[in-house]
Write a protein that binds this ligand. Structure first.
Ligand SMILES: C[S@@+](CC[C@H](N)C(=O)[O-])C[C@H]1O[C@@H](n2cnc3c(N)ncnc32)[C@H](O)[C@@H]1O
Length: 278
């Protein structure tokens, strides 16, 4: 069992009471789920990625207190009601990707896997891939996509270079996109590469829209006094969470955002945890 990000802090934030009902909206590799079950919670474990859920079903087959569901947390309310979770004491959103998806996904989610195809779909039934976006959007559309989803400073120059390159050949792999970005951002390009990949992943998987719908649904599902715990990985995600808290006049248990990092995974450096009390 891998140890997920901010494990103790998020479990503490959920304030788990034995026998009560909770949702792990991003079950992933089951680290948080395992800890929730250890505390005696009844858990609905949800993930959009079918592979993750299949592995979890096998891993937790002895456990009677967990219900598994493949689905998008954008529909958390409908999914939960369908599974008999009508009012819950807490919901956990551990946003982003799991290590397994990054390392072994084979769909171009990590910019270090140069030979992988530019796919990035967590849900294989969706039609939009990163390759499709990169090869079909015009310069302005690409620029807007990068700027909106990652606030990368070189968005315009990178969009321009992509459109130039694809006149010569279709851009199909992680490596070919990385090369284009490196030609534009010659000095320390890693940040720009990470942000452009983030922007594409966010678009392909509608991450910001999903999060907005999920938070609205969560608000209807969590009982008074219950908790919504959110771990986010970049400022644009956190902005959505902050706006949700402000617009709904919600109370935060920890006003101070926790910054956290493990030195071997750079993407974890900016993880932030927010605990909301309903
Ligand atoms: C950081 S991982 C979660 C790790 C997990 N907490 C653990 O302990 O292993 C994020 C997970 O969220 C899932 N995910 C991302 N977007 C989702 C969505 N819209 N609906 C449901 N699951 C989603 C991903 O497939 C991934 O498995």
């Amino acid at each position: 069992m891998h140890r997920p990000v901010l494990l103790n802090e998020s479990i503490e934030g959920l304030n788990i009471q034995r026998g009560e009902y909770y949702i792990d909206a991003t079950a992933g590799e089951g680290g948080h789920l395992w800890a929730m079950l250890q505390k005696g919670a009844n858990v609905l474990a949800l993930d959009r990625d079918e592979n993750q859920i299949k592995k979890l079903i096998n891993m937790f087959k002895e456990d009677k207190n967990v219900t598994f569901e493949i689905g998008n947390f954008a529909s958390i309310e409908q999914i939960s009601l369908k599974c008999g979770f009508k009012s819950v004491s807490g919901i956990l959103f551990d946003l982003g990707l799991s290590n397994e998806q990054l390392q072994k996904g084979g769909i171009g989610l990590s910019y270090k896997k140069l030979d992988e195809p530019l796919d990035m779909r967590l849900d294989k039934t969706s039609e939009i891939t990163a390759k499709k976006l990169i090869n079909s959007l015009n310069e302005e559309q690409l620029y807007k996509l990068f700027a909106k989803n990652s606030e990368e400073l070189y968005s315009l120059q990178i969009a321009r270079a992509i459109v130039l390159e694809r006149k010569r050949r279709e851009i199909k792999t992680v490596g070919s996109l990385v090369k284009i970005i490196k030609n534009v951002v010659t000095d320390s390009p890693n940040g720009a590469i990470a942000r452009i990949f983030q922007a594409l992943r966010v678009e392909v998987n509608s991450e910001y829209q999903n999060l907005e719908s999920a938070l609205k649904g969560a608000l209807l599902l969590v009982r008074s006094g219950g908790r919504i715990v959110i771990i986010s990985f970049h400022s644009l995600e956190d902005r959505i969470v902050k706006r949700f808290i402000k617009n709904n006049h919600l109370k935060q248990l920890k006003k101070k955002v926790i910054k956290f990092g493990r030195d071997h995974f750079t993407f974890e450096r900016s993880a932030k945890l927010r605990v909301i009390i309903i």
